[in-house]
Design a protein around this ligand. Structure first.
Ligand SMILES: *Cc1c(COP(=O)(O)O)cnc(C)c1O
Length: 403
């Protein structure tokens, strides 16, 4: 008798089971309309605040909603200062710049992220350096980073350098994937030991918490996105958030054309950007922020529904937060077990055919042509996640009683 017959036969998931379980989690019958991955949800003061901009003429880059939005975003991120900008990518670029990242630096970041993360570093002339991810958090693996830096790092007067390339490490960029916090405590310890600043890519994690601390407050500075698909939206927009008053002032200056304040003269003291968020968008954002706590609660209930709908199905489960985190569950994730990996594309096809939008995770950054040659550690964890993960419909009102 061979070993194989002694063990439990491992079952593969059927695509039809996945379709049925998603429908049950989001509470729709078979004749449902197309269900997108994530749509914006407006049920607060959006109309009133936007109309106020039109009524008063304050639609552009100056206006009271901008300052209000900046302060409220900072409050929701657990820090003192916020700077509103045109999008999350610009926020990340400037966040990196204000901690000193520049030409020829290397920026440590996960290979499993949205392309904006390495792009933001590239705009500054820096080089992304890819780090592996932990399948239990979907985020940067602090233990692997620690061992890796011990191996390839070399201390110098300007800070830790990559001894293979001679380039300085300018920042570590953890990204809280789909709203799940990176295991920050060990990561903060690694960053502190080597004196490398942490810039959080908190684009997906507004409202998420790690060990009682809000995502966005865990590094020196963080970038948030308010794109149309994120948990709340300003149409398009982003913010830089930080507790550091000087960094915030520098970020504000850089993103508002580096104009020196004066009653009439146009003086600019460095190459700045016009990255200002218009008042119209900030107004939308103020209304959306008022609803953030309720959105997080409702998305957490939807996640529970996914988790229980998939408990009964072998070969696949819905991703669950770690005990140290309190996720905003921006996008829910199905995770295939090893025997079901070959079913991934059949599941993507069956669900999309059934009017349920599903997507694999991002192609790993070092598989994109422009980042194929970038330095990287080995990426078993990220590859594992890439093979297993499927995003499923996650908009705020899904799974709720329509009455
Ligand atoms: C959305 C997103 C960004 C960029 O935000 P935009 O507002 O779309 O520019 C950056 N990083 C991650 C991980 C994101 O998901």
């Amino acid at each position: 008798m061979g070993l194989a017959t002694l063990s439990q036969p491992e079952e593969q998931v059927e695509p039809a089971q996945v379709v049925a379980a998603i429908r049950s989690a989001i509470g729709v019958a078979e004749d449902h309309a197309f269900q997108p991955l994530h749509v914006p949800h407006f049920e607060g003061a959006e109309w009133d605040y936007v109309k106020d901009c039109l009524d008063t003429g304050w639609v552009s880059s100056v206006g009271s909603y901008v300052e209000r939005f900046e302060q409220e975003v900072a409050d929701h991120s657990g820090v003192a200062h916020g700077v509103a900008v045109v999008n999350g990518t610009a926020a990340l670029q400037v966040a990196l710049q204000v901690v000193g990242v520049g030409q020829g630096d290397e920026v440590l970041m996960p290979a499993l992220t949205f392309v904006a993360t390495p792009n933001a570093a590239s705009y500054l002339g820096a080089v992304p350096h890819f780090v592996d991810s932990d399948p239990s958090t979907l985020g940067m693996d602090p233990d692997k980073l620690d061992a890796y830096l011990a191996d390839i790092g070399e201390r110098s007067l300007e800070g830790l350098r990559n001894r293979r390339t001679g380039r300085r490490f300018g920042a570590i960029v953890p990204m809280h994937t789909y709203g799940h916090a990176v295991d920050m405590e060990p990561l903060i310890a690694v960053a502190a030991r080597y004196g490398i600043p942490i810039v959080e890519d908190a684009a997906e994690s507004l409202g998420s918490v790690y060990k009682g601390e809000k995502c966005g407050s865990l590094g020196r500075v963080a970038a948030i996105s308010f794109n149309g698909n994120k948990i709340i939206t300003t149409g398009g927009g982003g913010a830089i958030v930080t507790d550091d008053e000087d960094l915030a002032a520098r970020a504000k200056h850089l993103t508002t054309t580096a104009k020196v304040a004066h009653r009439w003269s146009f003086d600019h003291d460095t190459v700045g950007y016009n990255f200002r968020l218009p008042n119209l968008n900030a107004a939308l954002g103020c209304a959306q922020l008022e609803q953030l706590p309720s959105y997080v609660e409702r998305k957490r209930l939807l996640a529970k529904r996914y988790i229980s709908a998939f408990e009964r199905i072998s070969g696949v489960s819905a991703f669950h937060e770690r005990c140290f985190g309190r996720a905003n569950y921006w996008l829910n994730c199905l995770m295939l077990d090893a025997p079901s990996l070959e079913m991934r594309d059949a599941i993507l096809e069956a669900t999309n055919d059934a009017g349920l939008m599903t997507r694999p995770t991002w192609t790993l950054m070092n598989d994109l042509p422009m980042y194929a040659g970038a330095p990287s550690m080995s990426l078993e964890g990220a590859r594992n996640i890439e093979a297993r993960l499927i995003n499923v419909p996650s908009s705020v009102p899904l799974g709720e009683d329509p009455c």
